[in-house]
Design a protein around this ligand. Sequence first.
Ligand code: GRF
Length: 267
Amino acid sequence: MRPKIRIGVLISGSGTNLQAVIDSTRQGRIDAEVVVVGADRNNATGLDRARRSGISTFAVDYGDIIRQYCSSPDNRTLPPDFDLETIKRKQHLLSADAPDEKVNTFLTTRALAESRLLDQLEPFELDLLVLAGFMRNFTPYFIDRFNADADRPRIMNIHPALLPAFPGVDGYGDTFRYGCKVAGCTVHFIDYGEDSGPIIAQKTFAIEENDTLEQVREKGLALEWQLYPECIQLFAEGRLHLVTVTHTLDNGQIVQRRIVKIVQEKE
Ligand code: GRF
């Protein structure tokens, strides 16, 4: 039997994906163990699912940290390894023409919260961090510290749409309102943008003529509960390799992208 990888899960809400991952680990369907669950708010109901399963939990209250910073910005001690200019240069979350003050406040408050998250996660010696309905984007501050090796990303996210279509907070809603006939969910590694990282796997389903948005969400969630454990297992098997592919377009333009190749398991 393969040794189990150690997973941390971050949530914001009800945690049905978290439950699916816990169930898969407990039923021995994946070679992984959830060792800690964190949230960006104290009242995330999914934390109870973790507690009921005897898993350590914590919350880093982003809202509180942001409010405190905004009420007295000069009173905050920033993490010693925080360099605003480097993070600004790397990030793709806010557009280049966003007002400087807005960008500075966003990145500084998030890094304050992220350094607390890192402190909470560090003792658990995680192999993989799984975002399951975690409604916060990570800045390069967190990503670079968690992914010590950029070629071996260790933060996964599940998104309720067929990326790169419909990034953002309401994937199923956006898909439904657009009039799409096919919807789906995507598991991807996190990069410096919003829902823009290398895609690991996707599942699709048809939107029927009379489906309501609620029905679309239900169909999608049921597929998410299958997809996430499958992707975690591929990670546990060491089968997710990041490669850089280069294409030359008809107009001569060269495009490069880092993508995930799923390699065969070694005999
Ligand atoms: C899921 O649809 C997930 O794709 C999205 O947020 C929702 C979380 O649901 N990011 P749950 O908390 O796992 O029930």
